[in-house]
Ligand binder design. Structure first.
Ligand code: FES
Length: 174
Protein backbone atom coordinates (compact mmCIF):
# COMPACT_ATOMS: atom_id res chain seq x y z
CA UNK A 1 0.00 0.00 0.00
CA UNK A 2 2.76 2.30 1.03
CA UNK A 3 4.78 1.33 -2.05
CA UNK A 4 1.83 1.94 -4.38
CA UNK A 5 1.05 5.35 -3.01
CA UNK A 6 4.72 6.22 -3.29
CA UNK A 7 4.71 5.09 -6.91
CA UNK A 8 1.64 7.24 -7.53
CA UNK A 9 3.40 10.22 -6.06
CA UNK A 10 6.49 9.54 -8.15
CA UNK A 11 4.34 9.23 -11.26
CA UNK A 12 2.74 12.60 -10.60
CA UNK A 13 6.09 14.15 -9.84
CA UNK A 14 7.49 12.78 -13.10
CA UNK A 15 4.47 14.06 -14.99
CA UNK A 16 4.97 17.51 -13.51
CA UNK A 17 8.62 17.46 -14.51
CA UNK A 18 7.74 16.32 -18.03
CA UNK A 19 5.21 19.16 -18.23
CA UNK A 20 7.91 21.76 -17.83
CA UNK A 21 10.30 19.78 -19.98
CA UNK A 22 10.77 22.49 -22.58
CA UNK A 23 11.92 25.04 -20.04
CA UNK A 24 13.70 22.36 -18.05
CA UNK A 25 15.75 21.26 -21.01
CA UNK A 26 17.05 24.81 -21.49
CA UNK A 27 18.04 24.93 -17.85
CA UNK A 28 19.58 21.47 -18.20
CA UNK A 29 21.57 22.61 -21.23
CA UNK A 30 23.04 25.48 -19.23
CA UNK A 31 23.66 23.22 -16.26
CA UNK A 32 25.42 20.65 -18.41
CA UNK A 33 28.10 23.27 -19.15
CA UNK A 34 28.90 23.56 -15.47
CA UNK A 35 30.61 20.61 -13.82
CA UNK A 36 28.80 18.87 -10.97
CA UNK A 37 30.11 19.67 -7.47
CA UNK A 38 31.42 16.10 -7.19
CA UNK A 39 33.34 16.46 -10.46
CA UNK A 40 34.70 19.81 -9.29
CA UNK A 41 35.97 18.25 -6.09
CA UNK A 42 37.92 15.68 -8.04
CA UNK A 43 38.75 18.08 -10.87
CA UNK A 44 42.49 17.89 -11.25
CA UNK A 45 44.24 18.27 -14.57
CA UNK A 46 47.91 17.41 -14.97
CA UNK A 47 49.84 19.22 -17.68
CA UNK A 48 53.23 18.10 -18.99
CA UNK A 49 54.96 21.46 -19.35
CA UNK A 50 57.74 20.15 -21.60
CA UNK A 51 55.49 19.95 -24.67
CA UNK A 52 54.66 23.64 -25.18
CA UNK A 53 56.26 25.61 -27.99
CA UNK A 54 57.69 29.02 -27.13
CA UNK A 55 55.59 32.08 -27.85
CA UNK A 56 52.53 30.14 -29.00
CA UNK A 57 49.28 30.31 -27.08
CA UNK A 58 47.84 26.88 -26.33
CA UNK A 59 44.41 26.46 -24.80
CA UNK A 60 43.89 23.62 -22.34
CA UNK A 61 40.78 22.80 -20.34
CA UNK A 62 40.27 22.54 -16.60
CA UNK A 63 36.89 22.00 -14.98
CA UNK A 64 35.21 23.01 -18.21
CA UNK A 65 37.10 26.32 -18.39
CA UNK A 66 39.65 27.34 -21.02
CA UNK A 67 43.18 27.56 -19.66
CA UNK A 68 45.64 29.71 -21.59
CA UNK A 69 49.23 28.46 -21.56
CA UNK A 70 51.99 30.57 -23.08
CA UNK A 71 55.61 29.49 -22.80
CA UNK A 72 57.65 32.67 -22.77
CA UNK A 73 60.25 33.35 -25.40
CA UNK A 74 63.73 34.52 -24.36
CA UNK A 75 62.76 37.98 -25.61
CA UNK A 76 59.63 38.06 -23.43
CA UNK A 77 61.69 37.05 -20.40
CA UNK A 78 64.26 39.70 -21.12
CA UNK A 79 61.89 42.61 -21.59
CA UNK A 80 59.23 41.73 -19.03
CA UNK A 81 58.16 44.34 -16.49
CA UNK A 82 57.96 43.70 -12.77
CA UNK A 83 54.19 43.23 -13.08
CA UNK A 84 54.62 40.67 -15.84
CA UNK A 85 57.34 38.91 -13.87
CA UNK A 86 55.07 38.67 -10.83
CA UNK A 87 52.55 36.64 -12.86
CA UNK A 88 55.24 34.34 -14.21
CA UNK A 89 55.25 30.64 -13.37
CA UNK A 90 58.60 28.84 -13.49
CA UNK A 91 58.57 25.14 -14.26
CA UNK A 92 61.96 23.51 -14.74
CA UNK A 93 64.05 25.91 -16.84
CA UNK A 94 61.03 27.48 -18.54
CA UNK A 95 58.71 30.33 -17.66
CA UNK A 96 55.01 30.35 -18.39
CA UNK A 97 51.97 32.50 -18.41
CA UNK A 98 49.09 30.28 -17.36
CA UNK A 99 45.63 31.60 -16.56
CA UNK A 100 41.91 30.99 -16.84
CA UNK A 101 41.05 32.20 -20.34
CA UNK A 102 37.90 34.08 -19.40
CA UNK A 103 37.58 37.84 -19.45
CA UNK A 104 37.24 39.14 -15.90
CA UNK A 105 34.53 41.56 -17.06
CA UNK A 106 31.66 39.27 -18.06
CA UNK A 107 33.36 36.01 -18.91
CA UNK A 108 33.88 36.06 -22.70
CA UNK A 109 36.88 34.20 -24.10
CA UNK A 110 39.38 36.75 -25.43
CA UNK A 111 41.45 36.05 -28.54
CA UNK A 112 45.24 36.25 -28.65
CA UNK A 113 47.05 38.34 -31.23
CA UNK A 114 50.66 37.08 -31.33
CA UNK A 115 51.84 40.08 -33.39
CA UNK A 116 50.66 42.50 -30.72
CA UNK A 117 51.36 40.00 -27.94
CA UNK A 118 47.98 40.96 -26.50
CA UNK A 119 44.57 39.50 -25.78
CA UNK A 120 41.52 41.28 -27.08
CA UNK A 121 38.05 40.65 -25.72
CA UNK A 122 35.60 41.25 -28.55
CA UNK A 123 32.62 41.57 -26.20
CA UNK A 124 33.34 45.07 -24.87
CA UNK A 125 36.86 45.88 -26.04
CA UNK A 126 38.82 44.77 -22.97
CA UNK A 127 42.53 44.16 -23.52
CA UNK A 128 45.22 42.23 -21.70
CA UNK A 129 48.95 42.01 -22.32
CA UNK A 130 50.64 38.67 -23.01
CA UNK A 131 51.16 38.09 -19.28
CA UNK A 132 47.45 38.44 -18.55
CA UNK A 133 47.53 41.93 -17.01
CA UNK A 134 44.63 44.13 -17.97
CA UNK A 135 45.68 47.05 -20.19
CA UNK A 136 42.28 48.41 -21.22
CA UNK A 137 39.03 48.38 -19.25
CA UNK A 138 36.22 47.35 -18.68
CA UNK A 139 37.84 44.15 -17.24
CA UNK A 140 38.43 45.01 -13.57
CA UNK A 141 41.60 42.90 -13.22
CA UNK A 142 43.98 40.62 -15.05
CA UNK A 143 43.15 37.04 -15.92
CA UNK A 144 42.64 34.83 -12.89
CA UNK A 145 45.16 32.07 -12.29
CA UNK A 146 43.78 28.65 -11.39
CA UNK A 147 45.09 26.82 -8.31
CA UNK A 148 48.20 24.91 -9.31
CA UNK A 149 50.97 22.79 -7.90
CA UNK A 150 54.31 22.21 -9.60
CA UNK A 151 55.77 18.70 -9.52
CA UNK A 152 58.96 18.38 -11.53
CA UNK A 153 58.05 19.32 -15.10
CA UNK A 154 54.34 18.92 -14.46
CA UNK A 155 51.64 21.26 -13.29
CA UNK A 156 48.62 19.95 -11.46
CA UNK A 157 45.67 22.28 -11.88
CA UNK A 158 43.21 22.18 -9.02
CA UNK A 159 45.82 21.60 -6.31
CA UNK A 160 47.25 24.43 -4.25
CA UNK A 161 51.05 24.56 -4.18
CA UNK A 162 53.27 27.17 -2.50
CA UNK A 163 53.81 29.18 -5.72
CA UNK A 164 50.08 29.57 -6.23
CA UNK A 165 49.52 30.39 -2.57
CA UNK A 166 52.14 33.15 -2.77
CA UNK A 167 50.38 34.63 -5.85
CA UNK A 168 47.06 34.54 -4.05
CA UNK A 169 48.48 36.08 -0.87
CA UNK A 170 50.01 38.94 -2.82
CA UNK A 171 46.75 39.65 -4.66
CA UNK A 172 47.98 38.68 -8.14
CA UNK A 173 44.98 36.41 -8.49
CA UNK A 174 41.68 36.15 -6.64
FE1 FES B 1 35.41 41.06 -21.92
FE2 FES B 1 33.30 42.61 -21.41
S1 FES B 1 33.41 40.44 -21.31
S2 FES B 1 35.26 43.22 -22.07
Amino acid sequence: MHKNSRRGFMGKAFGAVAGVGAVGSLVAMKKSWDPLPSVKAAGFTTLDMTIYPEGELITEKWRGKPIFVLKKTAEMIEKQTEGQKARSIKVGDSQFMLCIGLCTHLGCIPGYNPKEEAFLCACHGGRFDWSGQVTHTPPPRGFDIPPFKIEGNKMILGEVGPEYQAMKDSGITL
